[in-house]
Design a protein around this ligand. Structure first.
Ligand code: S3P
Length: 171
């Protein structure tokens, strides 16, 4: 096996599940946004403000191209699956899990968040449109679609750990 990528919309639980999964699989956990912030010495809102979204998207691809080659779990940013190159980079270097959550759950989690520039600049309707636009890209990128609705973090984590254990010799 190599990397385990968690993809999905903002607020779908990628970081929360990634941390738990790291504990149960004993694989190191990395949050892509945090790694990009460390590389650039700026927060995500600062990167968007100073350099713009296109620059941030370049940094995401650069991260996927260059991040160390080790078995690990990576929580990606919600926009990562939109680029074909990113989808190919993830699929060819590990296992990709799409965490699916209904928009109403997502909205509840992200609506008051100040660290997500996309949320700051968008209305609820726009965010729901973006959610629908992104869905087919998540599906194209993923090896597995994981439903999180009505499941606890523990249940979702156990399911992922089971699949990783089952497949770790294969990729
Ligand atoms: C983004 C999602 C964020 C972060 C940035 C842009 C997006 O990550 O990468 O604010 O375009 O959906 P999370 O999915 O971890 O919130």
């Amino acid at each position: 096996m190599k990397k385990v990528y968690l993809i999905g919309y903002m607020g779908s639980g990628k970081s929360a599940i990634g941390k738990r999964l790291s504990f149960s699989t004993r694989l190191p956990f990395y949050d892509m946004d945090t790694e990009i912030e460390k590389r650039l010495g700026m927060t995500i809102p600062e990167i968007f403000e100073k350099h713009g979204e296109a620059y941030f998207r370049e940094k995401e691809t650069e991260f996927l191209r260059t991040f160390r080659n080790e078995n690990c779990i990576i929580a990606t940013g919600g926009g990562v699956a939109m680029r074909r190159e990113n989808r190919e980079l993830m699929r060819s270097s590990g296992l990709v899990f799409y965490l699916n959550a209904p928009f109403r759950d997502i909205w509840r989690r992200i609506s008051t968040d100040r660290n997500r520039p996309i949320v700051q600049r968008s209305t609820r309707i726009e965010l729901e449109q973006l959610y629908n636009e992104r869905l087919p890209h998540y599906l194209k990128a993923a090896h597995f679609k994981v439903e999180t609705e009505n499941r606890t973090l523990r249940q979702v984590t156990e399911y992922l750990a089971f699949q990783i254990g089952r497949l770790k010799g294969d990729i």
